[in-house]
Every structure is written in C-alpha cells, then in structure tokens.
Ligand binder design. Sequence first.
Ligand SMILES: NC(=O)c1ccc[n+]([C@@H]2O[C@H](COP(=O)([O-])OP(=O)(O)OC[C@H]3O[C@@H](n4cnc5c(N)ncnc54)[C@H](O)[C@@H]3O)[C@@H](O)[C@H]2O)c1
Ligand SMILES: N[C@@H](CCC=O)C(=O)O
Length: 515
Amino acid sequence: MVVPYKHEPFTDFLVDENKRAFEDGLKIVQSYLNQDYSLIIGRNRVATKDKIISINPANKEEVIGTVSKATKAHAEEAMQIADKTFKSWRKSKPEMRADILFRAAAIVRRRKHEFSALLVKEAGKPWNEADADTAEAIDFMEYYGRQMLKLKDGIPVESRQIEYNRFHYIPLGVGIVISPWNFAFAIMAGMTSAAFVAGNTVLLKPASTTPVIAAKFIEVLEEAGLPAGVVNYLPGSGSEVGDYLVDHPRTRFISFTGSRDVGVRIYERAAKVHDGQIWLKRVIAEMGGKDTIVVDSSADLDLAAKSIVASAFGFSGQKCSACSRAVVLEDVYGEVLDKVVELTKGLTVGDPKNRSNFMGPVIDQAAYEKIVSYIEIGKEEGNLVAGGKADNSKGFFIEPTIFSDVDEHARIMKEEIFGPVVAFCKARDFDHAIEIANNTEYGLTGAVLTNNRDHIEKAREDFHVGNLYFNRGCTGAIVGYQPFGGFNMSGTDSKAGGPDYLILHMQAKTTSEML
Ligand SMILES: NC(=O)c1ccc[n+]([C@@H]2O[C@H](COP(=O)([O-])OP(=O)(O)OC[C@H]3O[C@@H](n4cnc5c(N)ncnc54)[C@H](O)[C@@H]3O)[C@@H](O)[C@H]2O)c1
Ligand SMILES: N[C@@H](CCC=O)C(=O)O
C-alpha cells in the first residue's frame, strides 16, 4: 500500500546541520564539474564531437559540463528505438512504472542537496530556490506515480445485463519532451515522469543551458530500474533536433514548456500531417506569463509589499509565474510603492553559492541583453525608482528593478521580460485593477491582496488566470496542492501537478463484451 502523497518539505537553512549538508552538496558537485556527458539512445551512450558547453551563469569561466549535441541522424535513431521500445513498454504493468518513480524519488531525496547544489551552479539558483526546485522534482515523481495507480483500472461506466463495459486508459506512443532551463530539474523531471509512467516512451530534449541536471536525472532513472529505450536523452539545438522531432510522423505527442513563441511554433508545426502519419499529434504546451499582483485599498500593505518583492525578484524574476506587474489602487499606491522600494533596496545580488545572496545571476548573455533592453524601454515608459544597473563582467547580474507610474498599455506592462523587473501601475478602483490585470495575451498566475470579501469573489470570477492566489504572492505552486498552468497564450490549459495531467498523456478506450 502506497502512503498518501504529501509534498516534500523545504529545507530550513537556519539549522546548522542543514547548512553543512548543503555545503557538502556543493563540494560533491564541485568534484564532478567539467565532465563529459553523452547522448543516451536506447542502451548506447553516444559521444559527439560537437558539444553544448554548460557554464555557471554566476561565473562564466566555470564549466559545469560538456554535453554531446544530437543531430537529426541521432534524433532519427532515437525515434526508432523509442518506437520499438513502446511496443513492450505500453504493456508493462502500471504498478511497476509507478514503483520506478517512487524509487527514483527516494534516490533523489537521499541526494537532495547534491541536486540542489547542481542547480545553484548550472542554473544560478539561490539555495532556497534550488531546494524548492529539487523538492518539486521529488513531488512530481511521487504524485504522478500515485496518479497512475489511481487511473490504471480506468473509470467505471454503466453496463446493461447482457454486456460488460469497460473504460480505461492506454498510452499514446512516443512523446517528445522539450523542457525549459528555469525549473531545470522539476519541470524536466515532471514532464518526463508523467509521459513514461503513463506507458509512453520519451525523447527528452532538455534546455541547452541546463543539460547536466537532466543527464543526472537519467542516471537516477537507470538506477531506479527504468529499462533502456524508455527515456532517451537528446540534448541539441531546438531549431534542428526540436523541429525534426516535432515534424516526425512517428511522434504521437509533444510535451513542451517554454516561451510563447517557441510554443506557438511547435503547435503550428505539430498540426501538419506528414507522409506516413496516421494520427493527429497532441500538444501539451505550457508557455509564458505576464503575471500581476493586485493590491486593494483594504489590503494588509506590509503583506502586499513582501508578496510583490518575493514574487518579482525570487530567482531574479525568471519564473513564468513571476510578478512583473503590480497594480495598486490609487489611495494606497504611494505607500505600497515606498514599502516595496525599501524592501528591494535591502536585497543582495551575487554568486548564489553564498547563501547570503538573495538573488543570483540571470541565465545567460541572451537573457541578460533582453532584460537590459527592457530596462531601457522602462526608462522611457516609467520612473526608475530602484535598481536598473547590470554587470556581466563575471556573471550575468542584474539589480532588482522597479518602475513606477507605468501606463497600463506600456510595453513593460504587456510583454514577458523574464527578469528582475516590475512595473507599478495605478488603478482607479478594483474593477479597473482587474481590467488591467486581464489586459495581456497571457493568463498564467495572479494574486490579489485584499480584505474585502466582495472583491475576492469578483476576482475569483473575472481575473482570468490559471492560478489565482489571495493574500499571498503569485509564485510557488505546490504539486498536488495548487495544480499549475495557465490560460490563453500561457498554454494549452493543462495543469501540471494536477489530477487530470496524466490523462493528457493517454487515450481512453471503451470495450464492450456481450455476456
Ligand atoms: N507555463 C509554465 O509552466 C512555464 C514554466 C516554466 C517556464 N515557462 C516559460 O518558459 C520560458 C523560459 O524558458 P526557455 O527560455 O527555456 O524557453 P524557450 O522557449 O526558449 O525554450 C524551451 C525549450 O524549447 C527548446 N526549443 C527552442 N526552439 C525550439 C524549436 N524550434 N523546436 C523545439 N524546441 C525548441 C529549447 O531548446 C528549450 O529546450 C518563459 O517564457 C517562461 O514563462 C513556462
Ligand atoms: N510552478 C512555478 C513556476 C514555474 C514556471 O516557471 C510557480 O508556481 O512558481
């Protein structure tokens, strides 16, 4: 009997023992920096000449690892293996597949701080953010394993006396999992786990900035007993390997998390039926956000300020759920802004290997340039009241930045920046605040700070986001507690870590036997 699911607790780093354990994790990771990682295609480790070099975004000189880079030929070989493996894997017992996930979760839990330390180095995550990423990876494995056990016998349907009807779920086939770098462990592991525990085989293309954590995850799956060929590891260029696999006629589904533009491209390409293709591909896409915290006149303003700061600047604002817009009712606007500026001035930015730094770097040069260009746009569109400086001499560091008095239609109020930049906008009244909150093409997360019950109910009905929070920040959904995913251009309305997520990786079959 499997014990009921509970989310993995976060580590309290004020406890000396935990702090030391994390420092040990950093030492372990340091001992295996700069190793070479091969592609994994079926049973074969395939080393290529062309490499992806994963670097530490806080220290560009430090190489985390070199990773073989798949070509289209490797993608084709992996597709054939995955397709062949599907023939046996689809018949494997769901209990066995779930057990592999439970074992994998246990292995990661035992090496938790090592995995988090790797995220500090490879993704530039501060300790607490890295700890939460690893905890979420564990949660996804534990949760999806249990969901599979719930779904394995299907759902009861009615039968007449002359017949026996059954309704159960069967897997889809080969799935392409394309994951982002920002939850380099949790999202990559969650998408992969959901796909294979449902009985599919997988070609995993991790983000090119964080391929090493994905390689380590595959090692864990192997140790947990996952047969060769079920999950194949194929780092490579999105436009080359990604397009090839998305277009492939044997691809049955694509599970993608990343930016709006790449998501739309995949969605469009997947809609085309290629020669030899005998199904319509399914696309599960989780995309960007432009997330808003609304502060009502009745709110606890200290709580509001803390929530904005944590949601805007945690992990340097590089969360799809990050608060990049604070919409504040005019009578409390000045007070909230002052409090947020004050808290922000106390934040430290630096190498996340030192626990004292609240914020680390942004992920790479391209992200750095994009964010800096939005800071320049912000200077035209609002008043710079905190931060604004950036330094990429050693790593990609950008100060937490606040713009005040930004018009509701300004670009920094509409476009995803994906960095530590928040725009403040004044609302006339609560209805106006919700109108502003809904005025982007996204619909991922949002929060409302209020003590007005009518306003809570209005927001519940009219604030059109997949994850809406009251009297807290807008980041930090927990698997199984706050299923996560957005509306409109934030994706295909799926909910990762929710009770209906696994079904997206399966198809329902009805059988009816005459008695
Ligand atoms: N909704 C969510 O749950 C969620 C979660 C995390 C991140 N995100 C979003 O992800 C973005 C940040 O992540 P990112 O920078 O890694 O996104 P990205 O779109 O640049 O890349 C995501 C993945 O797609 C791959 N890719 C790139 N071009 C491709 C192509 N033509 N075909 C197939 N694959 C291709 C990349 O290599 C990477 O593995 C932000 O927009 C953020 O909001 C959304
Ligand atoms: N699930 C995470 C965000 C994932 C996207 O980056 C959160 O709720 O903050």
